[in-house]
Write a protein that binds this ligand. Structure first.
Ligand code: FES
Length: 77
């Protein structure tokens, strides 16, 4: 199943397969998500998926038509 994945705040949209790891999708989209352990324990890769915090390294694309991934941003602007 193809899922439309939107990365905010830059509104970059890519298509992904349901179940594909979020980190792979982000990489393909040219979106950089910080990583550390890549095994779910350090929370460096935390993003919000449908308003829920998830760790991108252990989370797959959900089986739904589209989903928004919100990146946490530095607020030093
Ligand atoms: S990279 Fe450590 S939790 Fe994802």
């Amino acid at each position: 199943m193809l899922v439309k994945v939107k990365f905010s705040p830059d509104n970059i949209v890519v298509e992904a397969e349901a179940g594909e790891p979020l980190l792979n999708v982000a990489k393909r989209a040219g979106v950089s998500i910080p990583t550390g352990c890549l095994s779910g324990s350090c929370f460096a890769c935390e993003v919000e998926m449908a308003d829920q915090p998830v760790r991108a390294c252990i989370t797959g694309v959900p089986s739904q038509a589209e989903v928004t991934i919100a990146l946490y941003e530095d607020t030093l602007w």
